[in-house]
Design a binder for this molecule. Structure first.
Ligand code: UDP
Ligand code: MG
Length: 316
């Protein structure tokens, strides 16, 4: 069988070499597996691309795609999936947080007939606050959206050709891979592994970015937030009608009496806030439609191991 290993890299010059040897070593015991490594340089500003060029000249199983700028991990993964030619494709991070020693087990499970082998990490060594935030995120998301996401299950997974083609057949611009992978289904199995801390470089995920990512997840799988807005509005309207009936009855019974400054201010501000929030939700969806309708490509390619001699720096 042919196995493709897709690795998105953004400023990973310190890691690519190490990851490469680790992958080769992990698969050395599987001689009947023909390996192809597909690296995607996501517009790195360090020597990542040079490292990839060196790898490609040294090792014929290496293919790489350099994007024209940083398009984000989702785009980089997509670029890698498109280039991968294997019967099965593994996606893994460059920073060695996805231990290559799991590869043989993943291949074995693939051979047993699974289309998705998810490597799921525990949260050993993660900061408490982050663990708590992630746990809550998954709880909310799973209650909220139509697909199931698993805590600790990231992008480290093996996909069979069928699964890869299914993912590639989804052309949407806003890609939330965790959700897409779960959405396609197929026979899925999870292997657990211990959390690894990053070996070199640093993570690009700040708390703010994670928060936005969580938000994306909540918004990109259905229109339930809009539904919630409708119910919220209905609820408030009912309260207002009830209160109005009570005020009118009170006024009729006791004669006219007009204090209530506080009530008015509170309700004006409160309702204003709720309306702005709902407008924001609607705006988010319109924004998504806007991006989808532009139909821009997800990424642009600047160089591959073939293109380098034709148009790259080597021929100038
Ligand atoms: N990555 C990428 N483009 C980006 C950010 C990250 O290709 O814009 C890659 C990065 O090189 C790494 C993987 O995505 O291989 C995961 O990134 P990171 O380690 O920063 O995320 P974390 O492990 O903290 O979730
Ligand atoms: Mg990482």
């Amino acid at each position: 069988m042919r196995l493709s290993v897709v690795v998105p890299c953004f400023n990973e010059e310190a890691s690519v070499e190490r990851l490469h040897s680790a992958v080769i070593e992990a698969l050395a015991d599987l001689p009947d597996v023909d390996v192809e490594l597909v690296y995607v340089d996501d517009g790195s500003e360090d020597g990542t691309l040079d490292a990839l060029r060196r790898l490609a000249t040294r090792d014929p199983s290496v293919r790489y795609t350099a994007l024209s700028r940083n398009f984000g991990k989702e785009a980089a993964m997509l670029a890698g999936l498109k280039r991968a030619t294997g019967d099965a494709v593994v996606i893994m991070d460059a920073d060695l947080q996805h231990p290559p020693r799991l590869l043989p087990e993943m291949v074995t499970l693939y051979r047993q007939g699974f289309d998705q082998v998810i490597a799921r990490r525990d949260r050993h060594g993660d900061r408490f606050l982050r663990t708590l935030a992630s746990r809550s995120f998954y709880r909310i998301v799973n209650w909220w959206i139509d697909v199931r996401l698993q805590d600790g299950a990231g992008d480290f997974r093996l996909l069979s050709r069928v699964a890869v083609d299914a993912v590639l057949a989804m052309p949407e611009y806003n890609r939330f891979s965790k959700g897409l992978f779960s959405w396609i289904g197929f026979r899925t199995v999870v292997v657990a592994h211990r959390n690894e801390t990053r070996q070199a470089g640093r993570s690009r995920w700040s708390f703010g970015k994670l928060f936005n990512y969580a938000f994306d997840g909540l918004l990109s799988f259905n229109n339930r937030p809009l539904r919630l807005a409708i119910y919220g509005g209905l609820f408030l309207t009912l309260i207002a009608v009830g209160y109005m009936a009570w005020v009118v009855a009170d006024a009729v019974e006791k004669g006219i009496d007009v204090p209530g400054y506080t009530t008015i201010i509170v309700s004006v501000i409160g309702l204003g806030g709720i309306q702005m929030m709902i407008l924001g939700v609607i705006g988010e969806y319109i924004g998504r439609i806007y991006y989808e309708t532009k139909r821009r490509p997800h990424y642009l390619v600047q160089e591959t191991e073939h293109l380098v001699t034709e148009t790259g720096p080597a021929s100038r």
